[in-house]
Design a protein around this ligand. Structure first.
Ligand code: NAD
Ligand code: DAU
Length: 371
């Protein structure tokens, strides 16, 4: 025991969780107990550098395991929960939503229930300062047309099995505050990018496909819009909402950085052309590429593909003083460089099993037309 305050973090081996764990450990204010089931999306290497640190505890297990979760509250007496564990990939939820229901809905409920029992037994001061921070997504609000922004007042309209499961979990969090007084805070964030993201998501997928000379599959006509935020900026928002957020409140978080998918893929290719010119990459030399852009292919659209996401982050800016700090061009370059500099991390997640899964499950991504 080091006398620091303990946080129960879920999903710490995932993309955002790993960046958040590192941010919290750097602050030297907290002891972090990370509960992660180590699903396909986790990479043990993401937090390998924290092993042996007396302020970091890793527990392998599922948030759906009622006894385990209750025992962690009892053993570690956390002053709060940072809940990130989830099934997070929209395409997978289209193929099979079962795990999304289990983890995102049942798992969140299990965690809330254990938190409620634990919180009820705390003394008044500890009760007052306890927080259950639920990390959610802007996808619960559905799809925007050409204008407008998501705010904390936007009605829920989830369109994919993934966003439906996240919306359900948000509702349970809200209900536990309203009914039982559990001091919860919800954040709904836009698309994150940065180091440690599993390469089934758009940005790392494009980077790694390009570097191995594979096609760059752009869904539909590439005009869908996402609002991209550098992952460390999101982690700072989570920390602020945890430390200063008002119980029962919701904060939407975004990068004010809308990009059409095709424009984004072109930017990735342009940076790669500069930092890893195709004629200098062994595997690519025989393809005779002048630019990675030649690998872009338009493919069958994602079923139910949301058109546009965009966030008005005015509330968290005004009330908690949060600001996105990393400019997109710099963040994207940093991200590309990170993937180039961390082949061991990539190898760990891009082995045979992942490749097989793609072949089996992504039939609808068949090439539609070539650029
Ligand atoms: P991720 O898929 O990279 O990581 C999820 C982590 O949760 C993995 O380490 C996995 O092993 C763990 N996990 C899965 N099921 C579990 C279970 N039953 N018990 C314990 N651990 C389990 O996800 P991410 O992109 O880091 O997203 C983290 C959270 O942030 C999610 O709740 C997601 O909905 C939300 N979010 C993500 C984004 C984004 O752009 N990635 C944006 C907004 C919100
Ligand atoms: O908005 C927040 C959400 O952002 C998070 O809640 C999710 O967990 C996260 O995965 C992300 O969801 P998206 O579906 O927006 O992310 P993804 O990286 O899968 O896709 C981004 C966009 O790129 C989307 O419009 C689909 C498109 N796309 C994606 C892939 C994987 C392609 O065109 N080609 C691809 O191969």
């Amino acid at each position: 025991m080091t006398g620091k305050q303990t946080i129960l973090l879920t999903g710490g081996n995932g993309f955002i969780g790993a960046n958040l764990a590192r941010l919290l450990m750097k602050s030297q204010q907290y002891r972090v107990v990370n509960l992660d089931a180590l699903t396909y999306a986790a990479n043990p290497l993401s937090l390998a550098d924290l092993e042996g640190n007396p302020d970091y505890v890793f527990v392998k297990g599922s948030i759906t395991d009622r006894e385990l979760v209750a025992s962690l509250f009892k053993q570690y007496q956390p002053m709060g929960v940072l809940h990130l564990a989830a099934e997070s990939h929209v395409d997978r939820s289209i193929v099979n939503a079962e795990d999304f229901l289990q983890t995102n809905v049942i798992g969140t409920f299990t965690l809330l229930e254990a938190a409620r029992v634990y919180w009820n037994g705390l003394n008044d001061d500890a009760k007052e300062s306890f927080r259950f921070l639920h990390v959610s997504t802007d996808e619960v609000f559905g799809s925007l047309g050409a204008d407008g922004y998501f705010t904390e007042e936007t009605p829920y309209a989830p369109n994919s099995p993934y966003s439906a499961s996240k919306a359900s979990s948000d509702h349970f969090v809200r209900a536990f505050h309203h009914t039982y007084g559990l001091p919860t805070v919800i954040t709904n964030c836009s698309n994150n990018y940065g180091p440690y993201q599993f390469p089934e998501k758009m940005i790392p997928l494009m980077i790694l496909n390009a570097l191995s000379g594979k096609q760059l599959p752009v869904y539909g006509d590439g005009s869908n819009v996402r609002d991209w935020l550098y992952v460390e900026d999101h982690c700072k928002a989570i920390r602020l909402a945890f430390e200063k957020g008002v119980p029962g409140e919701v904060y939407v978080v975004g990068g004010s950085n809308e990009q059409k998918n095709l424009d984004l893929v072109n930017q990735i290719c342009a940076i790669l052309d500069e930092v890893a010119p195709p004629e200098e990459v062994n595997q690519l030399r025989e393809q005779g590429l002048k630019s990675y852009k030649e690998l872009i292919r338009f493919v069958t659209d994602r079923p139910g593909h949301d058109r546009r996401y965009a966030i008005d982050a005015g509330k968290i800016q005004r009330q908690l003083g949060w600001q996105a700090e990393v400019r997109f061009e710099a963040g994207l370059r940093q991200t590309i460089e990170w993937y180039l500099q961390n082949p061991e991390w990539v190898d760990q997640v891009s082995g045979g099993a992942y490749g097989e899964w793609i072949k089996k499950n992504y039939a609808w991504r068949a090439e539609k037309e070539s650029k």
